[in-house]
Design a protein around this ligand. Structure first.
Ligand code: THU
Length: 157
């Protein structure tokens, strides 16, 4: 028998501690919340993905009256990137959200389980860790890879 723990490495940074590349991506994710269509939850999420060709692809959550038909910001961004830049590799993703009070969420917004699974596939295609920036109003959590956000992931069949 063996017990073990899997930990998630997180570096918390202030906005002015981000690298230039990280700042650009967090700015893009924050701006992408403007594309959210969230008449049901009123929770606006934006995601921005930096590709290896230098493109920044953005997405926002798109809700639907038939609730499960909607899509999260992260999947709208990664599927759009996959469809429009096939073969390009993801370098980094940033996520930001505006809460029901209309203000950016104070706490960093983390992707849901389904989005982690979807992003993991693109990380595997990239062949290298894809950094994840979870933006909050006054702090940004920097996670070194999608895999570290999804321990014991399903990835083989
Ligand atoms: N949402 C995202 O866009 N990303 C996540 O990772 C979590 C949740 C969206 C889905 C829904 O439109 C709203 O936030 C409330 O759950």
């Amino acid at each position: 028998m063996r017990d073990f723990e899997i930990t998630v490495p997180v570096r918390e940074k202030q906005y002015d501690e981000l690298t230039e590349r990280e700042r650009v991506l967090v700015d893009a994710a924050r701006a992408a919340t403007g594309g959210s269509y969230a008449p049901y939850s009123h929770f606006k999420v934006g995601a921005a993905i930096l590709l290896d060709n230098g493109e920044v692809v953005c997405g926002a959550n798109q809700e639907n009256a038939a609730y499960p038909s909607g899509t999260c910001a992260e999947r709208s961004a990664c599927f759009w990137a996959g469809a429009n830049f096939p073969g390009s590799k993801f370098e980094m993703i940033a996520i930001a959200a505006v809460g029901t009070d209309g203000e950016e969420c104070a706490e960093p917004t983390a992707p849901c389980g389904a989005c982690r699974q979807a992003l993991l596939e693109y990380e595997k295609l990239a062949g290298h860790p894809v950094g994840v920036l979870l933006a909050g109003r006054n702090k940004i959590y920097c996670v070194p890879s999608v895999a570290s956000l999804l321990p014991l992931a399903f990835s083989e069949f």
